[in-house]
Design a protein around this ligand. Structure first.
Ligand code: GDP
Length: 300
C-alpha cells in the first residue's frame, strides 16, 4: 500500500518520539517535569547543546508567559523545536547557468548514489535536462548503479571505466553538457579512498575542474548523511568540510530506524542548511526538509 511521505517520516522519528512520549505533560509544571523533558531530549539524540538551549527557553518562557500547565509547556517545546529546525532549513540554489553543477559528497553506504538518482528525477520532473557524472570510479558497482538511476530518472550518464581519473569524467560531463546546452550536471563522487588525504585531494581536484568552466560552480555541494547513525555523522561531515565548502546537507533513511532527533545537533553544530531528507529507497522518496512537518510527526 502506498505510504504517504508524512507517514514515512513518522516511522523514521519513532525512536525519538518514544522518548518524548515518556514525558507526562498532563500535570502542573514542576521541577520534576523539566527534568523529565531534559532526560527525554538527551535520550532522543537531540544533543547536549540543543537540549540546554531548549531547557533554558522552556524555563524562561514558561515563567514569562505565566504558564502552569504541562500541556502548555509541550506546546512551548514544539514551538522551540520548530524555531531551531527552521534555522536549519535551506532551499536548493540553482544559478541557471548551462550547466549548473551539483557536487555530491558522502561516505559509501550513506545513500549518496540513490539520492543523486532521486534528485535527478525531481529536477527532471521540473523540466530540466540532467546529466549524471559517474565520478566514483573507485568501485565498478558504483558506475553500474548510477547507470540504473540515470535510466530511471531519464538522465544522460557520462562514465569512464573503473579506475579512471574522476576529474576527467567531470570534465567530459560538463564539457558535453555545455555544448548540448543541458541544464544540470550532478556529480557522484567516491565515498572512500585509501586514505583521508587522498579523498580530500580528489575532491579538491574535482572542484578545480568544475571551476575551470565557471567560477560560480558548483552551485551546490551537498553532503549526504545517513540518518541512522545519528550524531556520529557530525564527524564525517567535518572530514568532508576540510576538503571543500559544503552548501547543504541531505539526511537519508529517515523512514526506518533513524535517530531523527539527531537532525538538531547536526544542524546546530555544522551550521549547514538541510536541503532534503530521504525517506525510502524509491525514486520519489526525497522531499524538501519541512521543520513543521518534522516536529508534528514527533508529537503526532
Ligand atoms: P552510497 O554508497 O552512498 O552511494 O549509497 P547507496 O545509494 O548505494 O545506498 C546505500 C543503501 O541505502 C541502499 O540499499 C539504498 O537503497 C539505501 N537507501 C538510500 N537512501 C535511503 C533512504 O532514504 N531510506 C532507506 N530506507 N534506504 C535508503
Amino acid at each position: 500500500m502506498f505510504k504517504s511521505l508524512y507517514e514515512k517520516i513518522k516511522k523514521g522519528v519513532e525512536k525519538t518520539k518514544a522518548q518524548l512520549m515518556k514525558i507526562s505533560f498532563r500535570r502542573k509544571i514542576d521541577e520534576a517535569l523539566f527534568e523529565e523533558i531534559e532526560t527525554a531530549l538527551l535520550k532522543a539524540d537531540v544533543g547536549v547543546k540543543a537540549t540546554q538551549e531548549i531547557m533554558k527557553f522552556l524555563r524562561e518562557e514558561s515563567k514569562k508567559r505565566g504558564i502552569t500547565e504541562g500541556e502548555d509547556l509541550k506546546s512551548l517545546l514544539k514551538e522551540k523545536l520548530i524555531e531551531i529546525l527552521s534555522g536549519c532549513k535551506g532551499e536548493l540554489n540553482l544559478k541557471g547557468e548551462k550547466p549548473d553543477v551539483i557536487l555530491f559528497l558522502g561516505i559509501n553506504g550513506s545513500g549518496k548514489t540513490t539520492t543523486v538518482g532521486k534528485l535527478a528525477s525531481l529536477l527532471k520532473k521540473e523540466g530540466k535536462s540532467i546529466v549524471l557524472a559517474a565520478a566514483d570510479t573507485f568501485r565498478a558497482a558504483a558506475i553500474e548503479q548510477l547507470e540504473v538511476w540515470a535510466n530511471r530518472a531519464g538522465a544522460r550518464l557520462v562514465k569512464h571505466s573503473q579506475g579512471a581519473d574522476p576529474s576527467a569524467v567531470v570534465f567530459d560531463a560538463i564539457n558535453s553538457a555545455k555544448s548540448r546546452q543541458e541544464d544540470i550536471v550532478i556529480v557522484d563522487t567516491a565515498g572512500r579512498l585509501h586514505t583521508k588525504e587522498n579523498l580530500i585531494k580528489e575532491l579538491q581536484k574535482i572542484k578545480r575542474t568544475i571551476q575551470k568552466f565557471s567560477p560560480n560552480q558548483p552551485c551546490e555541494t551537498l553532503l549526504v548523511l545517513d540518518g541512522t547513525i545519528g550524531q556520529n555523522s557530525i564527524n564525517q561531515a567535518k572530514t568532508f568540510k576540510e576538503a571543500v565548502d559544503i552548501t547543504g546537507i541531505i539526511i537519508t533513511k529517515l523512514d526506518g530506524t533513524a535517530k531523527g532527533g539527531a537532525i538538531i545537533p547536526i544542524c546546530q553544530e555544522l551550521k549547514i542548511p538541510i536541503k532534503f531528507i530521504g525517506v525510502g529507497e524509491d525514486i520519489e522518496d526525497l522531499q524538501p526538509f519541512d521543520p513543521k512537518n518534522f516536529v508534528n510527526a514527533l508529537f503526532d
